[in-house]
Write a protein that binds this ligand. Sequence first.
Ligand code: TXA
Ligand code: MG
Length: 345
Amino acid sequence: MRTRVLPISEASIDEACKVLLAGDLVAFPTETVYGLGGLGLNPDSVSKIFATKDRPTTDPLILHVSSADLAALAEDEIIAKPIPALAVALVSQFWPGPLTLTLPKGPRVPFGVTAGLPTVAIRYPAHPAAQLLLQKLGQPIAAPSANRFGRISPTDASAVLQELEGKIPLILDGGPCTQGIESTVLSLSGSNPTILRSGAITAEMISSITERQTLRDARNLQQSAPSPSPGMLQSHYAPQTPLYLAPTPIEHFDPPYQYIFYENRNSKLPPGAYLLAPDQNPSTAAQNLYRLLRQADSIGSPAILIDPIPESNWAPAIRDRLQRASSGTALWQNGDWKLLPRAGA
Ligand code: TXA
Ligand code: MG
């Protein structure tokens, strides 16, 4: 199959709708990462998404919708009634944007989307091209990140092509994603709101809305409890080159390794050094993270070493992805790097 890459225009969005309505898949930009979209209410399109990504069918998908009107979604039987008041408050604050909510599903959502769960993850993306596509299509799009399973999420059209060339007919090219890290996933189906995946919408931002309902983080729940988010594996988002996290800023950067620095600390960095946040802005670090991991991964070096991520609003999400992507810790000892494997990597 030939994969076409088209810039965003009225015509390319119309073409994407045609492809989707024929039951095929389209990769499209969102503000977080590129999604691999298919008709969310059509079980065959949903199966195609899993097959194309090689994703286990036990890992549920996010349904992307075209408005923050939860009552209308309940009327359309996408989510169940009654709608939690907290969901309405969160949506009015953070949608459109990088917050995914899991809520009891309505009868029109196929169990393929939810991996058999009684809840469905929904999100109204902020990217104008994603919104236009959803509006024109007039129905929800199921879309995981547009990478093969277990790989780094794509943040531009060339990364999608690298992942899925020949496997899908169309990529809508909206340029680089402005955020660069997947949405925050928040479960509202249990007794307490629980963060299943950290992202740009932070625990502090959510707590300002949840008020008396204590916010939990799934990473702090007991390991023995059943996983509230079956897709959140300890190892995920990984480059093929083993990645090691340096606990203190990297001062030694000789070959054969690749080094990703947080910022330019005025040491003599090698030409073309990977800098996550050349402007020291944490949102720039998030935006660059997957692109630089992908670049460093393409060199064929025996390992990638990365600087520690300084504290900021973005730090929990970036550190979470790096933890999951990492093979262990890199320590400089007696004039050499010691690469220590992490438990469970
Ligand atoms: O930013 C994003 O969320 C991107 C863009 C394309 O929207 N999408 C994305 O999708 O990251 P994906 O499939 O790569 O990640 C979806 C996450 C997985 O961790 C999955 O386990 C979780 O959402 N999830 C989906 N439905 C769920 C449900 N009903 N209950 C718990 N977790 C769910
Ligand atoms: Mg993903």
